[in-house]
Write a new protein. Structure first.
Length: 481
């Protein structure tokens, strides 16, 4: 499993690239790459790669560029990934693809450990952007959001670059601005629904079907007819996932109409409709087998939700069969799959335990902010399972979980404060955390609190009660783990 573990470490490096709708090549209607580009834009990356590779071998510059984009979203070892991207983009640039040259600069910025090389690459992009190149402006926005320009991600700088790119005619930047305003690609930025709608409308007017679908979905909440018009417009332009969105809009009022719409989507090859129709079929024992077949078909077309559903079906009794689906879903950021995969590795249900892989997946999963996962990862750091013992990391994770109301984490913070593990010994803090854990339902801290009661004098207990009162206001009520 060691080769997989290395992959897990690199997931954080590529997750943003998966979220950013980078502009795929848009060949004309008679171009042999059209189908591959459409597959890429709809998320069917393996299929896109299979179609693009033979064209690239024949010297097609846009095919080489598409292969570069696919590599940019892949997760092999960092060095080989950078080298492969360099080859693909360099070949595309030599054949005349203008944006490939810019992507080569990004590869250099992202992969070099030399700060001077990185700064030179950024200056080169800025010089090109200064001449009004919309692709360079868009790419500067992307790397600003990834934290490659400054020491940390800069949402405002990204927005300004994309605004300038849009002014120079870059339609992909319109979609990026819409997603940024909606909060879809920067969770720390306050959503601006009104601005998001405006940008989605501009992108949709420019012919972006992804924008048209999202615009229709958002508008349907207030004006069903207008929302439907935009979705149907995108459908007419070939965006088959519009079927699943229309089905969702019908589901509450007319389940049968929704089912028929999902069926149309299945017939059109929409993987989202396959998942939605499968969910309906799985409720009925007589249709269950057909539901599973639909999920398998959708998963084969790289739909991560379908993979997650299949993993859930097989996990309890057939973990080995569930495993490839878990990998697919987890690699695409589905939280439950990441947590389940960590459990499989930790429990050794795939043959023998692989605690290092469990730690890697829990580390990825806990970034969602899930308190239970943060607590679980904290216990592994505290006990040295799959990672060296690190009380400081454990304490940080317990604090994150405890602040969200995980009572078991509160009890562990109390224990570590009492023993001075990862922090200085502080029995006043320990008393306060143990008391809070007990108040919120974790009786495992009873013995610890009883011992602390004997150690603290009245003055110290008064101080501890003050700390406890503050903790009550700073932590969520939570539920016992």
């Amino acid at each position: 499993m060691k080769h997989l573990t290395l992959t897990f470490v690199l997931l954080a490096h590529t997750i943003l690239a998966k979220e950013l709708p980078i502009a795929a090549p848009r060949p004309g209607p008679d171009h042999g790459l059209r189908q591959a580009a459409d597959l890429y834009r709809h998320g069917w990356k393996d299929s896109a790669r299979a179609l693009a590779k033979p064209l690239a071998d024949k010297g097609d510059k846009d095919a080489w560029f598409l292969l570069g984009l696919l590599l940019e979203e892949a997760t092999p070892a960092r060095l080989s990934r950078a080298q492969a991207m360099d080859l693909a983009y360099r070949t595309a640039a030599a054949a005349g693809n203008a944006e490939a040259r810019l992507r080569l600069i990004v590869v250099r910025i992202a992969s070099s450990a030399d700060e001077n090389v990185r700064k030179a690459g950024i200056r080169e992009l800025e010089d090109i952007a200064g001449k009004g190149d919309p692709s360079a402006l868009r790419i500067l926005g992307e790397i600003s959001l990834r934290g490659l320009v400054d020491e940390k991600p800069d949402n405002m700088k990204a927005r300004e670059f994309w605004r300038r790119a849009a002014e120079h005619g870059d339609s992909s930047s319109l979609l990026l601005l819409a997603k940024l305003a909606e909060g879809a690609i920067a969770s720390d930025l306050k959503p601006d629904p009104s601005s998001a709608l405006q940008w989605y409308r501009k992108a949709a007017d420019a012919g972006d079907t992804t924008a048209a679908l999202r615009l229709g979905e958002l508008l349907a909440a207030g004006d069903a007819d207008e929302g439907k018009r935009w979705i149907e417009k995108a459908l007419a332009a070939g965006a088959v996932e519009g079927h699943s969105i229309l089905g969702d809009l019908q589901a509450a009022k007319d389940p049968q109409a929704a089912r028929l719409r999902y069926q149309k989507g299945v017939e059109a090859g929409d993987t989202h409709s396959m998942v939605k129709l499968a969910a309906i079929l799985l409720r009925n024992d007589t249709e269950r087998a057909e539901g599973i077949r639909l999920l398998e078909r959708s998963a084969a077309l790289e739909n991560a939700d379908a993979a997650a559903c299949l993993a859930g079906i097989y996990l309890k009794d057939q973990p080995v069969k569930a495993y490839p689906y878990l990998i697919e879903a987890a690699a695409n950021g589905i939280l439950q799959a990441q947590a389940d995969l960590a459990s499989l590795y930790l429990e050794g249900r795939l043959g023998k335990p692989d605690p290092q892989a469990a730690v890697a997946w829990l580390t990825e999963a806990m970034k969602s902010g899930n308190a239970d996962l943060q607590y679980q990862l904290g216990t592994l750091h505290e006990q040295g399972i799959g990672t060296p013992v690190n009380y400081a990391n454990a304490g940080t994770l317990y604090t994150m979980a405890g602040n969200k109301g995980n009572t078991a984490a509160l009890a562990r913070i109390a224990y570590m404060a009492d023993k001075g593990l990862g922090t200085k010994m502080d029995q006043i803090q320990a008393w306060a955390y143990a008391s809070l854990a007990i108040e919120r339902g974790d009786k495992n801290a009873n013995d610890l609190l009883a011992g602390l009661d004997k150690k603290l004098d009245d003055t110290a207990k008064a101080q501890a009660r003050t700390v406890l009162a503050k903790l009550r206001t700073e932590t969520s009520p939570g539920v016992r783990n």
